[in-house]
Write a protein that binds this ligand. Sequence first.
Ligand SMILES: [Zn+2]
Ligand SMILES: [Zn+2]
Length: 276
Amino acid sequence: MNDIIHYFESIPSSHRALILAGGIAIFWLIESAVPFVKFGYNKVQHAGINIFFTLTTIIVNFCLAVILVNAAQWAVDNGFGLLNWLPEMNIWLFTIVGLLLLDFIGAYLAHLVEHKVKFLWRFHLIHHTDTWIDTTSGNRHHPGESVIRFVFTTLGVLIVGSPMWMVFLYQTLSVVATQFTHANIALPKQLDKLMSYFLVSPDMHKVHHHYVLPYTDSNYGNIFSVWDRLFGTFKTLDREKIVYGVDTHMKLKEHNDLKNLLSIPFQKHRSPDIEN
Ligand SMILES: [Zn+2]
Ligand SMILES: [Zn+2]
C-alpha cells in the first residue's frame, strides 16, 4: 500500500496521459472486435468530437490543478474534513473509505445536481446528446462542465479532507471505469448484474444514457453503485431496449456537430417531452 501511495503522491502527468490514451486504445480494440451495438456510424469522426472534448477537459483540469493540490494540502495540514475527523483507521480502510466518500460527494452528488439544476444541465447535456455511446463518450464534457466538475471535485476534496495521492488514485480509477462503462461492449448479463451490486457496470451506466426520463435521471454513480441503490436512484432497463441520446436533441446535426455542441449551453432551454 505504501508503494501505491508513494506512486500516486508524485504520479507524472505523462503517466496519467498514458493511462487515459492506453485505456481508450484497449477498449477501442475490444469494441471494434466485438461491438454490442452495430451503429453503422463513422467511428473516427465520432471519436474526433469526443476526443476534442476529452482534450478540453484535460486542459481545464491542468490549468486549475494548482487549486486542487493546494486544497488537498490545506485540508491535510489543518486536519480538516471527514477523513481527519473519523477515528484512526488502518491504511487500507482509510483508502477505501476515502475513495467511497470522494465518489459520493465529488461524483454522485455532483452528477445528480447537474441533472436537477437547469443552468448546470445546459452544460452536462452535451454528454447526453451522444447517440453512439462508445469508449470515447466517457469524457465527452463541454469545457463549461469541466469547470463545474472541477469546482465540485475541489469541494469534495475539502469536505472529505483527502490527501492528494488519494485524489490522483481516485481520478485514475475513474478514468478507466468511465471508459469501461461507456465502451460499446456487453458483459454476460449475469456478470453485469453481479458487478452492479458493487460497481457501476456497463449496463447500469447505459440506462443513464437512455433518451427519455425517468431513465436519464437515474444511475448517477461513477465508480461505486452503492449510492444509487441507497438513495433510490437505481434503475434497470433491458439492454436491448436502450436508445442512446436525449429526447430534446436527437437530430443528427445537433449532436454530431462540434460547433453546435459547444453552443448548446447558450441556446434556448428545451423541456423534455416526458416529465417524471
Ligand atoms: Zn448525466
Ligand atoms: Zn455517461
